[in-house]
Write a new protein. Sequence first.
Length: 288
Amino acid sequence: MEQLTDASALLEGGSAPALGEWLKAGWGGLTVENVLSALALLLACLAVTRLILGLARKLLDRTAMDQRVRHYALKGAKALLYLLTALIVAGSLGVDVTSLIAVVSVFGLAVSLAVQDVLGNVAGGMVLLFSKPFTLGDYISTGDGEGAVAEITLTHTKLDTPGGQRVMLPNSKLTAGQIVNYTVRGVRRADHTVSASYDDEPEAVRRACLKAVERTANVLPDPAPQVVLTAYGESSIAYHVRFWARTDDYWDAHFQSLEEIRRAFAEDGVTMTYDHLNVHIVEKGESA
């Protein structure tokens, strides 16, 4: 015949007191019960943090926000949630969270003062990522340099110059200064200033310039090329030659048009003037 054991009697007179004493055992102000409770709270906070980050990632993926901005936003939210988790768990263990928050605030203030330039660059990087004045591959000109955008980080923007150099510009300077984007519209206008003699009729000069532009490859017909008289110099008349080309073809059209203008002037007999100095040698005894 099997012996039946009364569970309530076992708890009252057996393992229950021992378990209670074990849970109340501890070191200083900490007990095993508090540690287990804090551990359970930590696991719960981590689970909630993971859930919140997952939802935030899905919501951000549905927006048109830049991928780098989403990455940094998730990193910041993750750090904030982990800090809140640490404060909650520390409070459950009896730690004075108010004092801890004060220490964290003082430490954060000291760090911010020490790296204020870096923080300024980070703020500038966020402005650039949100406002998008340029993207990777765009050719831009700034007060500190120009080139094709190779990389945009939170602190610096890297440009590749036509000469093959890599220039790193602080984001704080970029957001505070002027940025000229030559790529965003897809087309660029070429501007040449040429000079011709006073003896040449303006219409003849205009025809020669337009013929040179027609010979140039990759020139866009709309807007139409334009040649205008802009100034009367001391020994020549200045003309302005304008035409449009796609951004990718701009430099080829720019340099070819200069060669074609020189060739068209020679064919049409238009004199391309240049500054010169006349020296008269006067023999002794002769009047000037």
